[in-house]
Design a protein around this ligand. Structure first.
Ligand SMILES: *[C@@H]1O[C@H](CO)[C@@H](O)[C@H](O)[C@H]1NC(C)=O
Ligand SMILES: *[C@@H]1O[C@H](CO)[C@@H](O)[C@H](O)[C@H]1NC(C)=O
Ligand SMILES: *[C@@H]1O[C@H](CO)[C@@H](O)[C@H](O)[C@H]1NC(C)=O
Length: 451
């Protein structure tokens, strides 16, 4: 890999080398997309697997333009259809639309996200503007030179539009898709001020981009202040409870946490577990296991409890935040049976339901996501998109900090997958392969996750 490839990620040569040398694992793509492409959202309602079967796995020619550092044109635009489904599908779709626009050297017109998960009833999708969730200017400044978002008011001639119909079906291969994008980057299509992409939502477009390009875009997604403050409140509540249970905190360990924060007081560590045990997930994952002939996808509540309890080196007492589906919010049994010294909290006993309730689905999940990303230790399911993007973001954060050995037991932000058995009957350590040539390999479920 060429080092310049990664300049935009802010890697230094050393970090990159250590990354490539030590921690590049796997790369065999999961051949089970049909079965695995089911990025169900953790905390909320169900999903229809049929929506995902048309995604194809044959994206053979990853395309990275990452080493080109130049301005994106501000007078040519791409318009994408409304972005739908769960938070993580929406983030992936948004990034994919950005990368498509980048390939055409165009600004992406700020797309609508969807506040609700009623994906079947189009009239209930509740479009929500990107800038109601993420900071628009911040996005463009952080992603400057890489991708760019624009507003409809930037378009000078709203009728100067070329409608680009994305193909569909089996015959619409990744190669054909890429070819179409290349053709559309040339005369005569390039002459149009706006290229409007018609058809499926961007989550279902072919993927032509490496994981690190996605990571770069996720990094530019900063929650608007109001939501970020509420995420802070939830995190503080969790840490406050940590203070109550933990009278002699290990301060030197703790003070390193969340170094972006300007708070001077030490921050108490917590574990976040993205616990997928609700009924519809269990049905889904059992099917997945059958179809893919794997056994390590579903984990029972008992298995999760045990494995989290066996994490080597986990300091106790410690607060454990359980990110669970809404349907489990009233299920008090998930608070029982934890190893001594692990004190479990859900939104209810934390007293934060009020914070969540004022928001629609999308923002509730964005807050939960934030809470999990910031946790000192994260434990999730490697077949969940939600967990996978968290693991990715945490891996990226470690790379930027210059962590050399992700497998080190004392690494700062370890993530684990409870569905895979690791050392000492604990969960498997989980690091995202940032060198993967497309997102499918890491985000739609894999059991090949070790550091
Ligand atoms: C995009 O367009 C700008 C302005 O015309 C140009 O300077 C830049 O080199 C182009 N970038 C790419 C990747 O072609
Ligand atoms: C806007 O674009 C349309 C289609 O390309 C063109 O016919 C029209 O003249 C343009 N209007 C202006 C004011 O440039
Ligand atoms: C599933 O795995 C088992 C054991 O690994 C093997 O014997 C069996 O043939 C596999 N079935 C299929 C359909 O691949």
């Amino acid at each position: 890999m060429d080092l310049s490839d990664c300049k935009h990620l802010g890697f230094s040569g050393n970090h990159l080398k250590s990354l490539t040398c030590k921690c590049l694992v796997l790369s065999g793509f999961v051949l089970l997309f049909r079965a695995l492409l089911f990025p169900k959202f953790p905390a909320f309602a169900g999903f229809d697997a049929n929506y995902f079967v048309s995604i194809q796995s044959d994206s053979s020619s990853p395309l990275s333009l990452s080493n080109v550092e130049s301005e994106i044109r501000k007078d040519k635009f791409v318009e994408a259809p409304q972005i739908v489904w769960g938070l993580n599908n929406q983030k992936i779709a948004l990034a994919r639309a950005c990368l498509t626009a980048r390939m055409m050297n165009r600004t992406l017109l700020m797309p609508s996200l969807s506040a609700s998960l009623f994906y079947k009833e189009v009239d209930q999708l509740q479009p929500i503007s990107f800038d109601k969730v993420f900071q628009f200017d911040k996005f463009n400044s952080l992603c400057n030179g890489f991708v760019r978002l624009g507003r409809y008011s930037d378009v000078s001639n709203l009728t100067d539009v070329f409608e680009l119909q994305k193909g569909s079906g089996r015959k619409w291969t990744a190669d054909r898709d890429l070819d179409q994008l290349k053709q559309s980057s040339k005369f005569p299509v390039d002459g149009y001020e706006v290229i409007k992409i018609i058809g499926k939502n961007p989550f279902l477009w072919h993927d032509h981009w490496p994981v690190k390009d996605y990571a770069k875009i996720f990094e530019c997604l900063i929650l608007v202040d109001k939501i970020a403050k509420d995420a802070d409140r939830v995190v503080s509540k969790i840490r406050d409870n940590g203070k109550k249970v933990n009278h002699r905190p290990n301060l030197d360990k703790i003070s390193t946490v969340n170094s972006e924060s300007s708070e001077l007081q030490p921050q108490l560590p917590y574990v976040a577990v993205h616990m997928r045990i609700e009924k519809d997930w269990m049905i889904h994952c059992k099917k997945l296991e059958q179809r893919s002939n794997k056994t390590q996808i579903c984990s029972s509540k008992q298995e999760i409890l045990e494995r989290v309890g066996n994490i080597v080196g986990l300091k106790t007492p410690s607060v454990v935040y359980l990110a669970v589906a809404d349907t489990l919010l009233e299920d008090h049994s998930i608070l029982n049976g934890w190893r001594e010294g692990l004190i479990p909290f859900v939104k209810k006993n934390l007293g934060v339901i009020g914070i969540y309730k004022k928001y629609p689905y999308l923002i509730q999940s964005a807050i939960d996501y934030e809470v999990c990303v910031r946790a000192n230790v994260f434990v999730g399911n490697s077949f969940s998109t939600f967990s996978s993007l968290i693991a990715l973001e945490r891996t990226h954060k470690m790379i930027k900090l210059g962590v050399k050995d992700f497998c080190d037991r004392d690494v700062r932000w370890p993530s684990y997958a409870y569905n895979i058995l690791g050392e000492s009957k604990g969960p498997q350590r989980w690091t995202t392969d940032m060198s993967a040539s497309n997102l499918q390999a890491i985000s739609y479920g894999s059991d090949d996750i070790s550091c």
